[in-house]
Design a protein around this ligand. Structure first.
Ligand SMILES: [Zn+2]
Length: 127
């Protein structure tokens, strides 16, 4: 079964501290880059020969990170009991994106979320 993987990106700026992690336990910020990749099976392609409009993916990606922009992540509810690592952040973003995708485009599903905290540091989360 052939599938299409389609991606869009969103960026945000946010600060965090990672207690117990050398250097990262100091208050610092990142310009985060997030790529949301969704999966559409070929059999679910629309009459328009599109799996899903890129603008829909982009809207979901932007919405999934909007609450984190210009915030101190440690203060936010999802990170009250879990340090706001890139891994945890990617998982929270994935959950939000999956929920919205299920409502907006139920024929598609989240394949993965990629999150860069630095240009050379990326985590990939696959639900
Ligand atoms: Zn950091």
């Amino acid at each position: 079964m052939a599938v299409y993987l389609l991606s869009a990106e969103a960026t945000f700026s946010a600060a965090h501290t990672l207690p117990g992690v050398e250097v990262c336990d100091r208050l610092h910020g990142h310009d985060w880059r997030m790529r949301l990749t969704v999966r559409v099976e070929e059999s679910h392609m629309g009459e328009d020969a599109m799996g899903i409009d890129f603008r829909v993916i982009e809207d979901i990606a932007k919405h999934a990170v909007a609450d984190f922009d210009h915030r101190y992540l440690n203060d936010l509810e999802p990170f009250k009991n879990h340090s706001p690592t890139a891994e945890r952040l990617a998982q929270v973003i994935c959950t939000a994106a999956s929920r919205q995708l299920a409502a907006d485009a139920p024929h598609a599903s989240v394949e993965q979320v990629e999150l860069w905290e630095l240009p050379q540091y990326r985590v990939v989360y696959k639900p």
